[in-house]
Design a protein around this ligand. Sequence first.
Ligand SMILES: [Fe+2]
Length: 279
Amino acid sequence: MPLSDRYLPTAAVGAADIAASALLARREVKGRQTAERIAAASLESLLKAIDANDSDTGAHVRRVATYALILADAAGLDEREQRSVERVALFHDIGKIHEALFDIIHDHSKLSPAERKAIATHPQRGADVLSPLCGFYPDLPDGVLSHHERWDGHGYPRRLRGRRIPLSARVVAIVDTFDAVTHSRRYRDGQPVDRARDVILEGRGTQFDPELVDLFVFPPIFARIVAAVRDVTRWITPIETRRTGQDEESVPDISFRWRPGRSGSRGRPASDHARQTER
Ligand SMILES: [Fe+2]
C-alpha cells in the first residue's frame, strides 16, 4: 500500500483498491485486444504477400477457405474451430511462395521426380513461415503442415493416419482437391462439380476422412458448395482496404479481411460484403 494511503479511512482504501483493479483489468483487456489486432493484421499482410507473389495461389486459397467454411459448418464445428479451419485453408499453400519453389511452380511443363520432391516440402516451409504466430494461433502451423496427410497414413510429411491428422487439415484436404478438379488452370480446363464429387468419393477412407466425405457429398451440403462455386467466380480483386476508424478505441478491429469485393459492389463499406473473420 502506498505510504499516503495509510491515513485513509478503510472504506476509502477499499474503493481505491477496487478502482485500481478495474483500471488494471481495463488495461489488460486493451493490451490483449491490441495484440489480437496486430496478429490479425499480420495474417492480412501475409495474405497480401501471397497475392503479390502469386495471384493464382491467392485466389485458390480464398476459394478453398470458402468451401472449407461450408464443410466446417456442416460438421457442427463451433465458431472457434471454424476460425481455425478458415486460417489453415487460407494459408495452407503459403509454403509455395518460397523462393526455392517459385520456378518449379510457375513452370507448367511436366514435373520431374526431383521437382515433385521439392514441391512436397511446401507444407513444412509453410509451417515454418507461420510458426512465429503460434502464440496467437496455436493450431495454424500444425494444420498447414498436415494438409497433405492422408487418412490411410500414406500422405506427407509425417505420414499421420486417421484422426491423428488435425481436423482442419482433413477439411482442407477435401476442399483443396475439389478446387483443384473444378477450377481451370493455365494448362487445363476445370471439370464439372460432379466429376470432383466422384474424385472425392474415390478417396473416401483412403485419402480423406470418410465422415467428412459423407458430409461433403450430402446433397444439401453439396448444393451449398456448388452455389459457392458460382459465387466465387464473381469475385474481383483487390481485397477491400482496411478501415481506420475513429471508433478504434471503443471497437477494436480484430478481424482480417480476405474476400475481395464482388462485382458491382465497389464503394460500399467493407462490412457490407467482405466476409470478415470475427473472433
Ligand atoms: Fe498444398
